[in-house]
Ligand binder design. Structure first.
Ligand SMILES: [Fe+2]
Length: 173
């Protein structure tokens, strides 16, 4: 049975639209979140979900996992599930609440298989550190993307084109 091990709350400076784009965009994992993902291979994609095999660093001892993202856009929430080679699964539920046009509050619940309260605490702390950095990177990218859309330099299509991202979005402001 999965246990709630931590909850992360934060206000993100991006619209709901930018966040959904980011959640759908499985391709950005290895280039934006390089510290955590070194490769991604899409296995399946639907209008409300995607599933991929990811490789995680270090290169000297890479680890593989399956990642599955399931979106419930009407209810403004999505689940990320991970299955590692060791069969350890985790489930992360993110709930989105728009605060302003370009501000969205997030509540992220981390659930995992834990052996005891100490393990739950360690796993929870690991998730909080990991998600702080992932959302820092995502927020920076979404703000940059919003700036480019506002300036009329790129469109706001649901799936950003790869060349837009590599040429524009990987540059630090
Ligand atoms: Fe991301």
């Amino acid at each position: 049975m999965l246990t709630l091990v931590a909850t992360y709350r934060r206000t993100i400076h991006a619209s709901l639209e930018r966040i959904w784009e980011n959640v759908r965009d499985w391709e950005h994992l290895p280039w934006l979140h390089r510290a955590f993902f070194s490769q991604i291979t899409l296995l399946e994609e639907t209008s409300t979900s995607w599933r991929a095999r990811v490789v995680m660093p270090p290169v000297t001892a890479p680890r593989e996992a399956l990642v599955e993202v399931e979106m419930d856009q009407p209810q403004a929430r999505y689940w990320s599930r991970t299955l590692t080679e060791q069969g350890v699964g985790g489930e992360i539920l993110t709930k989105l609440t728009p605060v302003k046009e370009r501000e969205t509050h997030i509540v992220v619940e981390f659930r995992g298989l834990v052996a005891n309260p100490q393990h739950a605490e360690q796993l929870g702390a690991m998730y909080l550190r990991l998600y702080e950095q992932l959302w820092d990177e995502d927020e920076r990218m979404m703000m940059r993307r919003q700036g480019l859309i506002d300036a009329g330099r790129i469109g706001s299509e649901a799936k950003p084109k790869k060349n837009n991202r590599t040429s524009e979005l990987t540059q630090q402001p």
